[in-house]
Design a protein around this ligand. Structure first.
Ligand code: NAP
Length: 427
């Protein structure tokens, strides 16, 4: 009798958990339950469309998905029906890998203005997340501001200044690419509340900012003076070396039209304008008198971290992280990934979580003759809930790739309506 496992969520930690369980050949039957119609979570909707190499990890995840002991239940949200309790009753073990997908709020006045967006909204919009396809961010401004000094801030800035040529092998949605290329944005500020050596950018991402086709990256005037010159002369970690080597102004011969300026020690304190954002008031955190200054801009994106969503029946802390002990929530209920660990690390960081959960399941979970997949299908049938099966997803995936016509990696479906219509026409 196979041991029945439910995994909620289908991002990297879900797939790494399943991958480790499948090392015990034929022992587990695994159902991956996902609220969206498509698998792969952050890899599909978070990883930047111009970073196709990073998205290649989907090939590895596909090997797991294609395993005969794995099924996919897309468009099934676990909250009320099925609830966590339903799954705990139906399966021998359940693993929660729902990630963190809510923008950490910035507590300042004016965030209701048109032109203010969280990075989750903006990134999900250009990546075709069905809940954000209608975001239509207002990009009609010459200056954009990104708050935060992590890789998500860099992703947002880079997408605002990329050329058509740089995006030609990406899977950015057509509507986002049209809006971005029609936007008059020429200047983007990436603004950190602390200094350059406190930033969280990684080497590859910061290096890319120095290699853009039509954009120069510069440091705000006076930045280098804020760093102890001994430190600058020392063997700085590579990302800081690249960052501090950006010039403080554009080279006089530069023909590049766009500029990204890295500005430090500054915190937004108010968004100004009427309905629409017109400028942002900042405080300089370095000056003794907390000098106030404003930047004219019609677009501000905060990339300052994430919170987890509530799941009924599971205790979380105030940032939405699940309370657990070494990835175990309670008997037969486990968790892995960002929702267990917080929003940090690269895709591969989730391997450790997946291995840890799989090991605990291996050591402590025996088959209880649970209904598993059959029970879930009955439950969904009883409430007339349609779902996207693995077979449906394979059709969708093939169609997305076909729509790319060999020149784009894929053209994504971006709405549930469109997906079900397509499935109905192909069955
Ligand atoms: P992150 O690396 O933790 O950066 C968050 C940034 O937000 C920090 O600079 C932080 O500053 C700042 N911040 C937080 N609260 C703030 C506030 N109230 N006001 C102003 N600034 C504030 O997070 P992330 O950029 O969201 O990335 C999440 C994870 O995904 C990271 O591990 C990242 O490397 C990874 N990621 C990787 C890639 C890639 O590999 N290409 C792409 C995207 C994301 P303080 O340091 O002062 O708190």
């Amino acid at each position: 009798m196979k041991i029945k496992i439910a995994i909620i969520g289908s991002g990297p930690s879900a797939f790494y958990t399943a991958q480790y369980l499948l090392k015990e050949e034929g022992k587990y039957e695994i159902d991956i339950i996902e609220k969206l119609f498509s698998p792969f979570g952050l890899v599909r909707y978070g990883v930047s469309p111009d970073h196709q190499n990073t998205k290649n990890v989907i090939r590895v995840f596909n090997r797991t998905l294609n395993n005969e002991n794995v099924e996919f239940f897309g468009d099934v949200e676990v909250n009320n029906s099925p609830s966590i309790d339903d799954l705990v009753n139906l399966y021998d073990a359940t693993v929660v890998t729902t990630g963190m997908a809510i923008d950490r709020p910035i507590n300042i006045n004016g965030t209701d203005k048109i032109g203010f967006y969280g990075a989750t909204e903006f990134v999900n919009w250009y990546n075709g997340h069905p809940e954000y396809e209608n975001l239509n961010p207002d990009l009609n401004t010459d200056t954009a501001i990104i708050i935060g000094n992590g890789n998500v801030a860099i992703d947002c800035a880079r997408l605002l200044v990329r050329t058509k040529k740089e995006m030609e092998n990406s899977d950015i949605t057509q509507y986002a690419s049209k809006a971005l290329f029609n936007s008059p944005i020429k200047k983007v500020y990436i603004i950190g509340r602390r200094g350059p050596l406190d930033s969280k950018f990684t080497t590859v991402e910061i290096r890319e900012m120095g290699e853009l086709l039509d954009c120069d990256s510069i440091l705000s005037k006076g930045t280098l003076k804020t760093i102890d010159s001994n430190l600058l002369n020392e063997e700085l970690p590579k990302q800081y070396k690249i960052l501090t080597n950006f010039p403080e102004k554009k080279h006089k011969d530069s023909k590049k039209v766009k500029t990204v300026e890295f500005l430090f020690y500054s915190s937004p304190i108010e968004l100004l304008g009427d309905d629409k954002l017109k400028s942002v008031k900042f405080r300089n955190n370095l000056s003794e008198d907390n000098k106030i200054f404003t930047i004219k801009s019609g677009l501000i994106i905060t990339a300052i971290g994430y919170l987890g969503d509530k799941i009924k029946g599971i205790k979380t802390d105030k940032s939405g992280m699940i309370i657990h002990n070494n990835n175990k929530i309670k008997d037969r209920l486990f968790t892995a990934g960002w929702v267990a660990r917080g929003p940090s690390g690269v895709i591969g960081t989730n391997k450790h979580d997946g291995a840890n959960v799989a090991k605990q399941i291996f050591n402590s979970i025996k088959s209880k003759n649970s209904p598993g997949r059959v029970g879930l299908k009955n439950l969904l049938n009883n409430i007339n809930k349609r779902y996207i099966s693995k077979e449906d997803w394979m059709l969708i995936n093939e169609e997305e790739i076909n729509r790319g016509k060999g020149t784009l990696p894929r053209i994504k479906f971006t709405s549930h309506y469109e997906v079900y219509k397509f499935i109905d026409n192909h069955k």
